[in-house]
Write a protein of this length. Structure first.
Lengths: 219, 422
């Protein structure tokens, strides 16, 4: 893990100054923190000015939430290479799934340990997805039972059996390399599956997801 | 989804993203049909002598607007009010089918007119209907804004226009103009121009007079309502927050102050308080023992408090905690306790998956691990409380462990088909 040549550049976006300071000190010199921002406007400006590799994005943010930051940066074409990792104290399914669909490449809770956060940031910087066990649980729930129903629609509406297995193991608390060993596949393959689940979650506009959301009164 | 509670499913209009009154969307959700079908049915029946329109209007009046606002937890509602969460956005694609249907409806109207030649009565009725629909739609918008309004103030202007905005004014103005136009058109077709003018003026005067008579009365009613509502909301909120803070947070803070020298205890208290507050503010997850998931969360909470470990519970699917399923919860409790006592790690992951046929629970840690073959006699818990218990209840348990890499206990219990709770 230590063989990355340049430190990943990061912008921390959170409306609690105390929390930003805490994250900054936990990250130490493992990554390069370029800027901090406390609301949507500041965050958009910071992304445009610093073009970070990764934005640590609070889900709840004055000005419309983390999803609004991603929407605006995307819309204005600011730093298209930048990737987003959502960081939240809220475990509400609505927010978690909403942020992923807004374009974030992963979701972790604020109680995550320093080293875990650093590795999550690196993973996101490399273009991989980061799923906490809880997010994996939401995903499984969202796509649950879609096998028969979604036969009419394209592949976006369901997870393949393999993706389901990967999600299940993540939900059980397995690390990527443990998932790989358990399923006799390479870590790279695990990462491919994760990215593909992420893509389905973001693109599927669809039936199962909509029904899942409306069952929970999220729509 | 099986509804664990015995509440009745009621239809409601979907006022979040309505096209006209949200009746079709609400009905489609209630009947679990695609929205397009319901909309098409309304259009087709509307073309067949106007039944659809009458039906739609009736449902619009009778069905309550959906009460979705109450469902969020205090933290989420507060974040929404403070603008820290994204609002709902409407996609253009949603309107596509509706526009197509509206075009079809318009075609149907022309067709009926051409075939039957009932233009004299027909057009005024259509125009008046559109006007009424616009006014009703504005009433919905105003109602929605009243719900979202935190000041609790109601006054007659806001009761009609909501928070204002050109859309509100345009809807009201267009609605009134359309109704008047329909009225004028009707009298114009059936009589002379002067008669039409007189009739329209008479209609306007009637409305005006009615307003003058009833207006003050409505105004006073609204004022009373405002005061009463604002007071109630404020009292309830204050009581909720005070009770919760007093009960839990203050107690914890007091305990922390008393035990500041005891690191592990303080960490445990902070963890337990965090879990509690988080659940209350955001997740809205229960820990009563009515469903499998809530029972597992309760187990996790109790063991976190008892042993100072952190237990992360993830559940997929859920069902009522019927008697046979208690075995799997008890076995999971034993497995987590084992981790807390022996694994030497502070972190346990519990994953439960409830399918229609079985309940699977996985308890995983990254602790010291052990060799299951050489289980010492004092590890009585695993053999009897976990493996034995699961076997007695017709399930199975498997313990996988590698020294130095941690342990995973897998519990599997088939669900009996006693009575379907769907």
């Amino acid at each position: 893990m230590a063989e990355r040549p340049a430190a990943v550049s990061v912008v921390i976006v959170d409306d609690h100054a105390l929390f930003r300071t805490g994250v900054r000190s936990e990250l130490g010199d493992a990554v390069e923190v370029r800027a901090e921002a406390a609301d949507v406007d500041e965050a958009v400006a910071a992304v445009a000015a610093h073009r970070p590799d990764v934005v640590l994005l609070d889900v709840h943010l004055p000005g419309g939430g983390g999803a609004e930051v991603m929407r605006r940066c995307h819309h204005l074409g600011h730093s298209p290479e930048t990737r987003y990792l959502a960081l939240s104290v809220s475990d509400a399914a609505e927010d978690v799934i909403g942020t992923i669909r807004g374009g974030s490449r992963g979701y972790v809770t604020k109680t995550i340990s320093g080293p875990d956060l650093v590795s999550a940031i690196r993973r996101v910087a490399d273009g991989d997805a980061v799923f906490s066990p809880r997010l994996a649980g939401f995903v499984l729930d969202a796509f649950a039972g879609s096998i028969e129903v979604a036969a009419v629609d394209e592949d976006l509406d369901r997870l393949t059996e393999r993706e389901r297995e990967v999600m299940r193991l993540i939900a059980r608390g397995y690390a990527y390399k443990e998932v790989a060993r358990e399923l006799f596949i390479s870590i790279k393959t695990v990462e491919t599956h994760m990215s593909s689940v992420l893509r389905k979650l973001q693109l599927s506009s669809r039936h199962e997801l909509t029904r899942w959301a409306s069952d929970r009164r999220l729509l | 989804m099986s509804s664990a509670r015995g509440d009745v499913r009621r239809a409601a209009r979907d006022t979040q993203e309505p096209l006209i009154g949200g009746v079709a969307a609400g009905l489609a959700h209630h009947l679990a049909l695609p929205v397009l079908w319901v909309r098409a049915a309304f259009v087709v029946t509307a073309a067949l002598g106007g039944v659809g329109i009458a039906f739609y209007a009736g449902l619009w009046m009778v069905l309550p607007a959906d009460p979705q606002f109450d469902s969020a937890t205090p933290g989420l509602e507060s974040a929404t009010r403070g603008g820290r969460r994204p609002g709902r956005s409407r996609r253009l694609g949603d309107a596509g089918p509706a526009i197509a249907l509206a075009a079809l409806a318009f075609g149907a109207v022309l067709f009926v007119q051409a075939v039957l030649g009932r233009g004299a009565v027909f057009w005024p009725v259509v125009i008046a209907l559109v006007g009424v629909a616009l006014l009703w739609r504005q009433a919905d918008e105003a109602q929605r804004e009243r719900w979202l309004d935190t000041t609790g103030r109601i006054d007659p202007v806001r009761a009609v226009f909501g928070r204002g905005g050109w859309a509100s004014y345009a809807r009201v103005a267009a609605g009134i103009i359309l109704i008047l136009a329909a009225f004028a058109l009707f009298t114009l077709r059936s009589g002379s121009l002067s008669m039409a003018r007189d009739a329209t003026a008479a209609g306007l005067l009637t409305v005006l007079g009615f307003g003058i008579v009833v207006g003050p009365w409505v105004y006073r009613l609204a004022t009373d309502l405002t005061a009463e509502r604002a007071e109630r909301v404020r009292t309830q909120e204050r009581a909720d927050v005070a009770a919760h803070l007093h009960d839990s947070v203050l107690q914890t803070l007091a305990l922390i102050q008393k035990n500041f020298h005891d690191g592990p205890l303080v960490a445990r208290l902070a963890r337990s308080q965090e879990r509690d507050l988080r659940a209350w503010l955001y997740a809205g997850e229960s820990t009563d023992e009515r469903t499998v998931a809530s029972a597992l969360r309760l187990v996790a909470a109790e063991l976190e408090d008892a042993h100072g470990v952190s237990v992360e519970v993830v559940t997929v699917g859920d069902c009522d905690l019927v008697e046979p399923l208690r075995a799997v919860v008890a076995a999971a409790r034993e497995a987590v306790t084992n981790v807390a006592k022996h694994a030497g790690t502070g972190q346990v992951d519990v994953y439960a998956e409830v399918s229609t046929t079985a309940v699977d629970v996985f308890v995983r840690d990254r602790g010291v691990g052990f060799d299951p073959e050489a289980t010492p006699a004092d590890r009585y818990g695993i053999r009897d409380s976990i493996v034995g218990r699961m076997a007695r209840h017709g399930g199975s348990a498997e313990v996988r462990s590698t020294a130095g890499e941690g342990t995973e206990v897998r519990l599997h219990l088939p669900r009996q088909e006693d009575k379907d709770d769907g």
